[in-house]
Design a protein. Structure first.
Length: 66
């Protein structure tokens, strides 16, 4: 939503009210790398959390209930 508002401000409001505009440059490569790092960190966190949750103490507790 913020991106849409900023584009409206740049290309519509500034042009009509102030008679100027600016170029917009989106660093797609950097955004892609940061997104990949974020997904990898989330995957690593889920694997570590899952392994801790399924530790030997949990398995023993379930076996004792049977």
């Amino acid at each position: 939503m913020g991106g849409i508002v900023s584009l409206i401000l740049i290309y519509v409001v500034n042009r009509q009210s102030f008679h100027w505009t600016m170029d917009v440059h989106v660093p797609w490569g950097l955004l892609a790398v940061l997104s990949g790092v974020l997904v990898a960190a989330a995957a690593l966190t889920s694997v570590v959390s899952g392994r801790q949750a399924m530790g030997t103490d949990v398995v023993r507790a379930v076996k004792e209930d049977w």
